[in-house]
Ligand binder design. Sequence first.
Ligand SMILES: NC(=O)c1ccc[n+]([C@@H]2O[C@H](COP(=O)([O-])OP(=O)(O)OC[C@H]3O[C@@H](n4cnc5c(N)ncnc54)[C@H](O)[C@@H]3O)[C@@H](O)[C@H]2O)c1
Length: 390
Amino acid sequence: MRVLILGGDGYLGWPTAIHFSAAGDEVWVADNFAKRQWELEEGIQPLRPVPTLHRRVARWRELTNNPIHLRVGDLTNHRFVYKLLEEARPDAIVHYAEQPSAPYSMQSRTTAVNTQVNNVAGTMNLLFGIQAICPDTHLVKLGTMGEYGTPNIDIEEGYLTVEHNGRTDTVLYPKLPGSFYHLSKVHDSNNIYFACRIWGLRATDLNQGVVYGIDTDQTVLDETLATSFHYDHVFGTVLNRFLVQASLDLPLTVYGKGGQTRGFLNIRDTLQCVELAARNPADRGEFRVFNQFTEQFSVRRLAEMVVAAGGRHGLDVKVDQIENPRVEREEHYYNARHSKLADLGLVPHLLTDAVLDDMLDTIVRHNAAVDTSTLMPSIRWAGGQVAAKA
Ligand SMILES: NC(=O)c1ccc[n+]([C@@H]2O[C@H](COP(=O)([O-])OP(=O)(O)OC[C@H]3O[C@@H](n4cnc5c(N)ncnc54)[C@H](O)[C@@H]3O)[C@@H](O)[C@H]2O)c1
């Protein structure tokens, strides 16, 4: 396949690029390095320094002889998108290139607007570009389980069949997102669905859970090939943050009661899922939705698992329940279906003690570089910051 990875410099984009390249596919990557700029603005760095994308692409070629075609540009610039599609003519596009943080989007008017313009306009340019240049290309788009929120009924995979006044229809599952970031993903889903229905494009929306993990089969081949790993309160996901706190003997910061339950998956399974979606494309006109996670955990349960992992490493890890900076339910029903990727052959890497121990070992080796001032949340959903900052 010719695969175009958008957001190829990112936590998930880079490992995806070398995963497809290792499988013998022709890989193109594009990125505008916006994430590196947002990190600088927030005063945040990943745990390990991440070499430039150019350096990583060159190192991958030295090691494997496989070229990866690299283009630098911004998806909100339609000329860049059109030229890229004309050059790459991909069979599949894996679209990761968005602002990925809920707290970042809730920080101020500016970051909320930038998140929605970046994410929604970038995806719109892509849809128009595909329609004009390569309408048979399969778009594999990263959405999030956070689009659904926490409804008091089972979460289906994308669609819900409803009965109303004696008639039935199947509609997109109702969405109740919890941040302007999650809202941007809902807007993307609606726009992509529209493009499939009206223009006959083919797309798979991957409503991904929270990803954890540091390495993949390819990133471990050489330290230059490492991907970014965030543990901070803006870009770090919860398990990654807890493990860093445990490694430093700092209490785990559980937001509120900790009954918040979400879907989770290992970064290795992100690669598997994206590959399964790409190799089994949606039909023309089809908007396919998969819920991409392998296990559900409450935040409290994750904290217990990290306390136990700390114990196995001789660390006496404590848990602090701190005031929840988010507006969200802290105890709720949660049961989300996730069978479609399993039907395509997904074999999950579950969150075992061995996986936790392995992550903790790696983090302990690098934790001298941790900036502990970036661990505590400072962005509040309600309480003034959004209104106060222009
Ligand atoms: N990491 C997770 O736990 C998780 C969970 C659910 C969904 N997702 C989604 O998966 C995708 C990838 O997540 P990630 O954690 O790798 O994020 P990331 O920030 O590490 O990667 C995104 C990349 O896209 C680039 N980018 C952003 N806007 C761009 C634009 N306009 N033009 C070109 N490049 C642009 C960034 O520079 C960055 O390198 C995101 O869309 C995110 O919302 C991630």
